[in-house]
Ligand binder design. Structure first.
Ligand SMILES: *Cc1c(COP(=O)(O)O)cnc(C)c1O
Length: 420
């Protein structure tokens, strides 16, 4: 694949595209929600399906000429059912946030109550933050993690649920390092006669591969992004019990979207096919092993982790004790100087602010795609710790940047794509 046609028409965009290929090759992508899709997914996403209108669902479209659109979307649906074991699947949401919107719109009325985890404790904007439509349309009550353990206190959630009587209880998070007791969350929702939505945006791939517990049996709805730990390209997915299938499908189209992004759905189909292969289970397992090794290396170097470690693909560093004068933003910027992309993050019981928090979130999905093993993950832990210790020291950072460059070279990426 090259960008020769783009280059002919628009050299400025071709330059940016090639620059981004180089940037990804030369950077350790440790933003926990990012990954690198295969060239097969890239090709599918850039197909002529971008031209096709196919409002409706396979076999029941409002437009003609949908036979290949139907084939592709049905493949994506069937593979998703096989991957996650869901009764009903909708692959049309344009992103994970739209997937949540589809569930709310299908099942709630304006003014209904959502019970979800607070954003600064690891929740997501689309779970009812005031800046998000969900926070504007619905009543939102939020639970928090236990500040001492960094984990969910299910008894406290249950007590709160009985108090606020929500219409929907949301589990599944953006910055949470431990397994979730989906069954317990389902029981809590049931006890107050609320729906249970499990948002597995971050861990879709880990759940599909069986290296993380699955909420599918314990939730009425399971939503996700298709570009995080599952490498199926940017998009969203809704899974639900059969009894809610029509409500969800109607909410997605005509409720909130028009034509599906069929080129992205083709990417989802190809990415799901890859995820059904045995190599993917190995990938998912290695992703978790690498996060564990990364966490161990950070701890051995004196950094504290929220919850003390991880069960999944990410670690949350709490800088407050080890580096009281260094903020998450300082570290994020210093890491960017050494070509490591990770993000600042709030910590439970945050004492700074959401804009300059006390933590760092780092994940291993993208590094694992590049072939990193535990030894390489430990080296990355060492490099992160050196950067945290030396945020303003240009010589120390130059040394780290050199080692990052060597790690990138040893784990090549997108060898068939052009360089700037
Ligand atoms: C990433 C994420 C989403 C969806 O994000 P999009 O960018 O809209 O795909 C939803 N919920 C959680 C918990 C997430 O982490």
């Amino acid at each position: 694949m090259d960008y020769s046609h783009v280059r002919d028409v628009d050299p400025a965009v071709a330059d940016a595209l090639e620059g981004e290929v180089d940037r990804q090759r030369e950077t350790l992508a440790m933003i926990a929600s990012e990954n690198h899709v295969s060239e097969a997914v890239l090709e599918a996403q850039s197909s002529v399906l971008t031209n096709k209108y196919a409002e409706g669902y396979p076999g029941e479209r409002y437009y003609g000429g949908c036979e290949f659109a139907d084939e592709v979307e049905q493949l994506a649906i069937d593979r998703a059912k096989e991957l996650w074991g869901a009764e009903h699947v909708n692959v049309q949401p344009h992103s994970g946030s739209q997937a949540n919107m589809g569930v709310y719109l299908g099942m709630l009325d304006p003014g209904d109550t959502i019970l979800s985890l607070d954003l600064t404790h690891g929740g997501h904007l689309s779970h009812g933050h005031p800046a998000n439509f969900a926070g504007q349309v619905y009543d939102v009550e939020q639970y928090e993690v236990d500040p001492d353990t960094g984990t969910i206190d299910y008894e406290a959630v249950e007590e709160q649920a009985r108090e606020v009587d929500p219409d929907i209880v949301i589990s599944g998070y953006s910055a949470y390092t431990r397994d979730v007791d989906w069954e317990r969350m389902g029981e809590i929702a049931e006890a107050v006669d609320a729906y249970h939505l499990a948002d597995i945006a971050h861990i879709t791939g880990l759940v599909a591969a069986g290296v993380h517990s699955s909420p599918v049996e314990h939730a009425d709805f399971v939503t996700g992004s298709t570009h995080k730990t599952i490498r199926a390209g940017r998009g969203g997915i809704i899974m639900c019990r059969e009894e809610y299938a029509d409500d969800v499908d109607q909410a997605v189209i005509p409720g909130m979207q028009g034509g599906p992004l069929l080129h992205n759905i083709a990417g989802k189909a190809v990415g799901f096919e890859e995820a059904l292969r045995p190599e993917f289970e190995e990938y998912a397992r290695q992703t978790v092993d690498n996060a564990t090794a990364l966490g161990e290396s950070l701890r051995e170097n004196g950094l504290s982790l929220i919850s003390g470690g991880t069960d999944n693909h990410l670690v949350l560093v709490d800088l407050r004790e080890s580096h009281p004068d260094t903020t998450g933003k300082d570290v994020e910027e210093a890491l960017e100087d050494v070509d490591i992309d990770a993000d600042e993050n709030t910590v439970p019981g945050e004492t700074r602010s959401a804009f300059n928090p006390s933590g760092i979130r780092a994940g291993t999905p993208a590094l694992t795609t590049r072939g990193f093993d535990e030894e390489a993950a430990r080296e990355v832990g060492d490099l992160i710790h050196r950067t945290v210790d030396n945020v303003g020291d240009e010589d120390a950072k130059a040394e780290v940047a050199d080692r990052v460059a060597k790690l990138c070279e040893a784990h090549p990426l997108y060898e068939d794509l052009p360089s700037r």
